[in-house]
Write a protein that binds this ligand. Sequence first.
Ligand code: PMP
Length: 430
Amino acid sequence: MAEVNPDSLFEHAREVIPGGVSSPVRAYGSVGGTPVFVSSARGPYITGVDGREYVDLVCSWGPALLGHAHPEVVAAVQAAASRGLSFGAPTAAEVELADAVRARVPAAEQVRFVSTGTEATMTAIRLARGATGRDAIVKFAGCYHGHSDALLAAAGSGVATQGLPGSAGVTQAAAADTIVVDYNDLNALEGVFAEAGDRIAAVITEAAPSNMGVVPPAPGFNAALRELTQRHGALLILDEVLTGFRVGPGGWLGLEGGYTPDLVTFGKVIGGGMPLAALGGRADLMQLLAPVGPVYQAGTLSGNPLATAAGLATLRLADAGVYDTVDRRSVELQRAVSEALSAASVPHTVNSAGSLFSVFFRAEPVRNYDEAKAQDQSAFARFFHSMLDQGVALPPSAFEAWFLSAAHDDAAMGRILQALPGAARAAAHS
Ligand code: PMP
């Protein structure tokens, strides 16, 4: 394939696509420079249009648990494609995937498939309002649940990277029904419920927040959310779009246990790299969805056969060995990053939740969004670019988790470890 100059491609891209990208964080806005325009990916590597190869620590922002282009997943998608791309009709594979989800996450007694995490959480909110007859929802500052109106207030991920309080174009009415509370702050949440408990339809939380960087729930926090919502007749929506099937076969819920949410959202790994996400939950609530119940939700491409095939193959292949490998690599990398940064006297904190982790460029602990924001983003940018120059692609934002896969072998890890000392020195020098 002819090589392309990424700088001129980016310039052209910006003429025809806002920011040159289909999703904001991809534009390297907070780190500067030209994004890697990817032409192909395999295992732990991505290759840019200029032919440069990088060890990938983005993994498509989560889905590539097995590494890119796993031969068995690709074969499953090819086989499905040969039978037709989309039917707009039910398939046996959807039923099989729903069974697979339920076997791994018993809280998902029934499952409805959609195409994106945004749709899954948006549907969960509508369902919670339909079920309770209440309007308000509670979300936590720094948690990202996709880009539906109600959920954009104080959101993490790209909204955090851009330094936005929310989004233009969200009506005051939509914003007024969203109550934002600091993460890990049970007292504040209790105060909100004491004041407005009878208006609150649901609390939505990331199972282990990973969109303000990784900020794990304090021990007992999620269980306390369960107890508090139940006491006030509100639902608990656990957003496992990012953590589901990534931190373990049963997601964060499977690791933490001890409480049962009413609704759970899935995305990313469940589609194995194809557009597929899902909402699961208590059967009596799920029965409120159309066509059985009055809460409407639909999608032309929902349960798409190629996406379903990729998801099924991925879940089938994601055995204990896969999770052990990702866990081990994660610990190895966390330790190496911390050692390199310490050796260069760069203040930092590494937070983890299962195999998910991120590095904050500040010495003090990070327990919520304000503390996540109070880091040295320019040090991160220097670190990021040094890694990139040395052939390692990190998430291009200080507010994102680093993603590993089971395909990150000794060779890929070796390349990352070799790049760390130089990147740490770059971070140290402003
Ligand atoms: N919830 C969480 C926890 C997420 O991390 C994301 C995406 N990063 C979403 C929802 C939205 O998913 P999507 O980008 O597929 O709409």
